[in-house]
Design a protein around this ligand. Structure first.
Ligand code: SF4
Length: 281
């Protein structure tokens, strides 16, 4: 059961170190999708909450009113939406904070970039089609059902996300299908390149082994396949094996991209670079 609280905040436009904008907006605190690999679980603010990540959502009900004022004061160049929450999670249907925020950004002609994995974003195509949405990174994957159940049971199905990505592409939106987290022996790279032929590129982010709950992720993987769990555990402890495995993944992506004649980007987390959270909000 997800606990919903309406809260007031002091500011809505927060400076960010993420190189996708000079400010971030997170209309909600918390996320109903509760992905096990979510990096927000590792952040200090979320760690201090009494309730575990995924069991609460705070509705920042005054966010749109504040935004009107802050845009005039801060004059943002580009705003990133959804760095620590999912802007289009189910509560959005009722509270519509993201909708109001998009309307305000459009009215003030402020460019924005969206991070999402929710097909509900499609409902907002008329708002997103008003020139100011510069990019949508739409997270997707292609794990088996049993594997998805182990690490992200509450997130929307991959099929529904594939349909949403295609709908956004068909509407002329600048969408990047974003495969994350790529997990060796689980994510099918070839299949990633067989979809979304009109996307300008496909991105891949490898599993981050530096999260606080990496052992929980490995334990969940063990529920699906002991052999796979053994290999992934080895990546956690052995730097050489970690690098070799991702090198092989790099080669596979390069091979499949060249076969499909597609552009791509990939993001690899360094081994043992303990998680440094610069995304506080
Ligand atoms: S949808 Fe995003 S914010 Fe929500 S739990 Fe998953 S990774 Fe975290």
């Amino acid at each position: 059961m997800v606990e919903i609280n309406e809260v007031s905040v002091n500011r809505v436009l927060n400076p960010t170190a993420i190189n996708l904008g000079d400010y971030v907006i997170n209309p909600y605190v918390g996320c109903e999708f509760s992905c096990l690999y979510c990096y927000v679980r590792s952040n200090k603010v979320a760690s201090k909450r009494k309730r575990p990540w995924g069991t609460y959502v705070d509705i920042r009900k005054n966010a749109p009113d504040l935004l009107e004022k802050e845009i005039c004061e801060k004059k943002p160049k580009t705003v990133l939406l959804g760095s620590t929450t999912e802007c289009f999670q189910p509560v959005e249907k009722k509270f519509q904070l993201t909708k109001r925020i998009l309307e305000i950004l459009n009215n003030h002609e402020v460019p924005y970039i969206i991070l999402t994995r929710s097909p509900y974003v499609v409902e907002y195509i008329p708002l997103l089609n008003q020139r100011f949405c510069k990019r949508i990174y739409f997270t997707v994957n292609n794990y088996s059902d049993i594997f998805k159940q182990a690490i992200e049971p509450k997130s929307p199905s991959f099929v529904s996300r594939n349909i949403a990505i295609q709908a956004l592409l068909d509407a002329g939106m600048p969408v990047i299908p974003y495969y994350s987290p790529v997990i060796p022996w689980v994510t099918e790279i070839k299949d990633a390149f067989s979809l979304f032929t009109t996307a300008e590129r496909v991105d891949f982010e490898y599993l981050n082994f530096n999260l606080k709950n990496t052992q929980d992720i490995i334990k969940s993987i063990s529920l699906t396949d002991r052999a796979r769990e053994k290999n992934i555990s080895r990546m956690f402890y052995e730097k050489n094996y970690y690098e070799q495995t991702w090198d092989t993944m790099d080669e596979e992506i390069e091979r499949q991209a060249s076969r499909a004649n597609k552009r791509y980007k990939r993001y690899r987390h360094p081994f043992d670079a303990f998680f440094k959270n610069t995304y506080f909000d």
